[in-house]
Design a binder for this molecule. Structure first.
Ligand code: GBH
Length: 451
């Protein structure tokens, strides 16, 4: 059976600034909350940090050449806010780096897809995302980046996975800044959405032709049984995982059951006049990050996880194969999610869908030449999820492209360098070696089909 993709469908890879750039002190870069968090004992596995990462800051030409060799047509990267801004002032040296990167991509025929925020908030912003003022500062930062790169970058994403920023950063404390305060988590969620909405409005005005959007993470929670208690647990997980973002963005309101269930944590003055109108400013593309689905049942209430409204959620194994992250492998879940998003959200809004991340980590050993044969793991995962994308297109989903996470093994946040998501391996000397999955994916990107 041959799986084919339309000619206009694009294939590429994704990365994020803090995970690959390194050069933490160079050319006037300021500290981000991840620089600070990485120094907290126990916050990141093995005490790892992003000081060097993949040294992409110095090796970007090599990395772009590698992408070109692999036949990639699109590259999704993020800009580091503290690299390009020093408080309210622009840091020209930091901006220059992204300008050189964009030029290099265009020269190799690769379309740059720019994410403005992939979690590396300037460390010196008072209150971080709990402060409404941070959303205002984000707009100024975004316009400064657009001013420098808007003549060449045509696709702009405001935020990557605001769920992680709000609920892992301020709820469970697994991510920077490592706070564990439900009130702060809901404040952060709203202010992130506000930063998104205001920036969409500002960029739309500055650049009406640009394609604008946001990337959300979707890990659908499925009930273990039809028991109302199990269904209610997944409904409450969904509230903060999913609908707290999709409902205001596409339907202009927070769901009433969320406001009810989160009452104890939701400051009365959090949402101000005009906020929801800004948050629901029309977007052109919804980026979908998909890794897995999970099954839950109602268990004993416990505290500590990111699902603030579902402390009683208990994960249930379906006996599916799992990745090195412990995540269930469920390609059918991607197809179902895309169909749901098309029907309930983007379709009526007239926006397109793109997979902005999909992939996973496996424990893997390179051979003597540094080659990683991930045929049965990552390659199989990519193939099965691309089949799911094809099925979604057949079901009428307006899916335009697929970007795999990630180009290269990198700094996997609180897991440090121990978890490897790249289709390209990186050895101890930071040499890049394409894995079997990269060679296969390259053929898919070139031919738009696989057998
Ligand atoms: C993305 O986060 C990030 O955008 C990227 O930077 C990162 O490197 C990559 O994926 C790989 O992790 O949390 O136990 O309920 C993905 C974060 C992972 C959050 C799956 C939701 C669901 C399992 N998502 N997770 S759980």
């Amino acid at each position: 059976m041959t799986i084919q993709f339309p000619d206009h469908f694009f294939f590429g890879t994704a990365t994020a600034a803090y995970q690959i750039e390194g050069a933490a002190d160079l050319d006037g870069r300021k500290e981000s909350i991840w620089d600070v968090f990485s120094r907290v004992p126990g916050a990141v596995a093995n005490g790892d940090n992003g000081d060097v990462a993949c040294d992409h800051y110095h090796r970007y030409r090599e990395d772009v050449a590698l992408m070109a060799d692999l036949g990639m047509s699109t590259y999704r990267f993020s800009v580091s806010w503290p690299r390009v801004m020093d408080g309210d002032r622009i840091n020209p040296a930091g901006m220059d780096f992204y300008s050189r990167l964009v030029d290099e991509l265009l020269e190799k025929g690769i379309d740059p897809w720019l994410t403005l925020y992939h979690w590396d908030l300037p460390a010196d912003l008072p209150g971080g995302w709990t402060n409404r003022d941070t959303a205002k500062k984000f707009v100024d930062y975004s316009l400064a980046v657009h001013d420098r790169l808007g003549d060449r970058v045509r696709t702009w994403t405001t935020l990557n996975e605001p769920w992680c920023s709000a609920f892992l950063g301020y709820g469970s404390g697994e991510h920077a800044p490592g706070h564990k305060d439900p009130v702060e988590a809901f404040q952060a969620a709203h202010h992130l959405l506000l930063a998104h909405g205001w920036t969409i409005q500002a960029l739309r005005q500055a650049d009406p032709e640009a394609s604008l959007g946001i990337t959300l993470n979707f890990s659908p929670a499925l009930p273990a049984t039809d028991d109302p208690a199990d269904r209610d647990v997944t409904r409450r997980i969904d509230q903060t995982f999913f609908r707290i973002f999709t409902e205001p963005i596409f339907h202009g309101a927070y769901p009433s059951d969320l406001l009810e269930d989160a009452k104890a944590y939701w400051p009365a003055d959090l949402v101000q006049d005009g906020d929801l109108a800004a948050i629901s400013a029309p977007i052109d593309v919804l980026g979908v990050n998909y890794y897995s689905t999970s099954v839950f049942r109602a268990g004993e209430p416990s505290w500590g996880g990111p699902h603030l409204l579902a402390p009683d959620a208990a994960y249930v194994s379906r006996g599916l194969p799992v990745t090195d992250m412990g995540w269930d492998i469920d390609p059918g879940g991607l197809r179902d999610l895309l169909v749901q998003l098309q029907e309930e959200y983007v379709g009526p809004a007239g926006a397109a869908l793109v997979i902005t991340e999909n992939g996973s980590a496996w424990a893997e050993e390179p051979d003597a030449d540094g080659f990683v044969d991930d045929t049965d793991t990552r390659l199989a995962y990519l193939r099965d999820h691309l089949i799911a994308c094809r099925e979604a297109i057949d079901a009428g989903v307006n899916l335009r492209g697929y970007l795999t996470w990630s180009l290269i093994d990198n700094f996997e946040w609180s897991f440090g360098y121990a978890k490897k998501f790249g289709i390209v391996a990186m050895d101890a000397d930071l040499n890049r070696v394409p894995k079997a999955s990269a060679l296969w994916y390259s053929q898919v990107a070139r031919t738009h089909q696989f057998g």
